[in-house]
Ligand binder design. Structure first.
Ligand code: GRG
Length: 300
């Protein structure tokens, strides 16, 4: 695991530097907007999605200058989603990555614009020749990220989640299949794009891209189940409660549906399955095998 930790740390630094390069202060007319955009994406985080982009791109010997660009674009979309998710109209959170959320640090309107700015900049970056010399590859990256992040993906999943919380949609009637579907959209699709982006950049054979899609599918779900487990375990540690923030807000989670033990076993099974999908790759996919185990073992 220390090999993975070191590589993740190195790549997180490289992505951070790439994000800085892609968000120069002089490009943005109001310094406050630049500050809010930078504050929201240059603030730590695990950088899991960028890591998946670069690790899958490495399988196909993609130039690191290209994979870092795409990795930074995915992180911009992820950061935008967190800024908007934290807004009072959504989850109304005060803290993100251990610091005040963007709307707390700045104000609501600035946070909305910072999110919008990050989202649109991501697509500009993918459309730029720096992402790949072949325009067909760039077009595919743009379309696939739009599908993953938009109403058929993350935004759609967020809507399902919002309605569930208000009990206007599937609500408390959500079963494991419905919760799984919601998370596949809300967090799974961006994780899936992150794993496919390397294959798109490397013009991978369809069966190899398919193997990575299946890996990402199981990894994304395991990531979410672990998130639900950490939510409850964090509550237990900090507050002496046992429900978790999401369940307390009336949401169905994998833990409310399956219980702690079965939820963990399910996540373990998914990680094993994810690793099994990497069979067509030899030792060069070891980082992806390690990151699957990291997702299971993570504490934050
Ligand atoms: C507002 C359109 C819109 C979408 C929001 C992803 C999302 C959709 C909301 C995040 C809500 C949330 C906390 C979900 C739990 C799983 C998750 C995505 C956690 C945050 O991702 P990490 O753990 O965060 O990769 P870091 O900070 O490490 O980048």
């Amino acid at each position: 695991m220390s090999r993975l930790r070191d590589t993740m740390a190195e790549r997180a630094t490289a992505v951070e530097e790439e994000l800085q390069r892609l968000l120069p202060v002089e490009d943005i007319p109001e310094r406050r907007l630049w500050e809010a955009m930078s504050y929201s994406c240059l603030n730590g985080g695990k950088r899991l999605r960028p890591f998946l982009v670069t690790a899958t791109a490495d399988l196909f010997n993609v130039a690191s200058s290209a994979s870092l660009r795409v990795a930074a674009a995915v992180e911009m979309v992820h950061s935008y989603s967190l800024v908007h998710d934290d807004l009072p109209a959504m989850d109304d959170d005060d803290l993100r990555r251990g610091r005040p959320t963007c709307h707390k640090q700045f104000d609501e309107a600035t946070a909305i614009l910072a999110g919008d700015g990050l989202l649109t900049r991501a697509f500009e970056v993918l459309g730029d020749p720096g992402a790949h010399p072949d325009p067909a590859v760039r077009a595919e990256l743009v379309v696939e990220l739009a599908k993953a992040a938009g109403a058929r993906g993350m935004v759609g999943g967020q809507m399902v989640d919002l309605l569930a919380e208000r009990d206007e949609g599937f609500g408390r009637g959500m079963d494991v299949a419905a919760v799984t579907r919601m998370h596949q959209l809300k967090t799974g699709r961006l994780i899936m794009f992150s794993c496919c982006a390397g294959a798109i950049l490397g013009k991978a054979a369809p069966q190899l891209r398919q193997a990575l899609t299946k890996y990402a599918h199981d990894l994304g779900l395991a990531f979410q189940i672990v998130d639900d487990l950490l939510d409850v375990e964090g509550d237990q540690a900090e507050l002496g409660k046992t429900v978790g923030k999401d369940a307390a807000a009336g949401k169905q989670t994998f833990v409310t549906l399956l219980g702690l033990d079965r939820a963990r076993t399910h996540a373990e099974m998914l990680v094993e399955q994810a690793v099994a999908h990497l069979k067509p790759f030899d030792a060069e996919a070891d980082l992806l095998r390690d990151v699957a185990h990291f997702v299971l073992a993570r504490r934050a």
